[in-house]
Design a protein around this ligand. Structure first.
Ligand SMILES: NC(=O)c1ccc[n+]([C@@H]2O[C@H](COP(=O)([O-])OP(=O)(O)OC[C@H]3O[C@@H](n4cnc5c(N)ncnc54)[C@H](O)[C@@H]3O)[C@@H](O)[C@H]2O)c1
Length: 253
């Protein structure tokens, strides 16, 4: 119960990786706040946590909206008196070649990933600075390092998150706040499946697995250990880092 008495906010927690991380934080004793655009999914995960005996708060938040993010974090602090951990896992992926990418699609990608990460971090810094403690994990992607055909806007946003993470880590280290990132390879979630049929997705997985030394794509639970490591005391001298979690796949491009 390393996280007993601690308070965590996880964005994108209605599904996929965010859901897996928030469930484990609650199992390990943290009071958790869920924030996601998907209200139905958020309520479903909140019910799972409550059924396990966990303490949780649920917010319908678009992470790119300043007022919603600020209001959710202010509410968490007024109820719990603190905020110890933030995980920025909200996100989406859409493939469009640059030549066909509209300004609106480019903007939305940057707004949700890069601006959303910035906004949630900025608001979380207020309580964390006054506590002189806090730990933040941002979600980049292997594609941010490798680049991605037809997903330049996604890769650019995810590469931006690495630069943002390093910079913020330097700014707030003296306040006792650590800021790190994780960069997953392909993980079996709705984001990866998009609108593919089971057959199309199975073919895509077979293709991807050829380039992964561990021989399989990831599952959301593969991210739980690295995120909890970065959030907790075990990583107390780690900041500004990006950990790639990909079964070794990064090295084969
Ligand atoms: N699945 C992968 O292969 C993969 C690989 C690398 C990085 N990532 C990153 O991991 C993170 C989690 O993705 P996932 O695979 O679990 O996806 P997912 O689709 O399963 O979950 C993403 C969640 O984010 C929420 N969300 C989307 N836009 C939002 C917004 N504007 N405000 C609030 N919530 C919003 C969605 O409603 C959803 O619940 C994302 O940042 C994603 O870019 C995923």
């Amino acid at each position: 119960m390393e996280f007993a008495g601690k308070v965590a906010l996880v964005t994108g927690s209605a599904a996929g990786i965010g859901r897996a991380v928030v469930l484990e934080l609650a199992r390990q004793g943290a009071a958790v706040a869920l924030a996601d655009l998907d209200q139905v999914g958020t309520e479903r995960v909140a019910a799972e946590i409550q059924a396990q005996g966990g303490r949780c708060m649920a917010y319908r938040v678009d992470v790119s909206q300043e007022s919603g993010v600020a209001a959710a974090i202010a509410d968490i602090v007024s109820r719990c008196g603190r905020l110890d951990m933030l995980v920025n896992a909200a996100g989406f992926l859409r493939y469009t070649p640059v030549a066909e990418l509209s300004m609106a699609d480019w903007k939305r990608m940057i707004e949700v990933h890069l601006m959303g990460t910035f906004l949630c971090c900025r608001e979380a810094l207020r309580p964390m600075k006054s506590q002189k403690a806090g730990s933040i994990v941002n979600f980049s992607s292997g594609l941010g390092a490798k680049g991605a055909k037809n997903a330049a806007h996604y890769a650019a946003a995810k590469a931006g998150i690495v630069g943002f993470t390093k910079s913020l880590a330097m700014e707030v280290a003296a306040d006792g706040i650590r800021v790190n990132a994780v960069a997953p390879g392909p993980i079996d979630t709705a984001l990866l499946r998009r609108d593919a049929t089971e057959e199309e997705f199975a073919a895509e997985v077979r293709n991807r697995e050829k380039t992964i030394p561990m021989g399989r794509i990831g599952v959301p639970e593969d991210l739980v250990g690295p995120c909890l490591f970065l959030l907790g005391e075990m990583s107390r001298y780690v900041t500004g880092q990006t950990i790639h979690i990909n079964g070794g796949g990064f090295f084969l491009g």
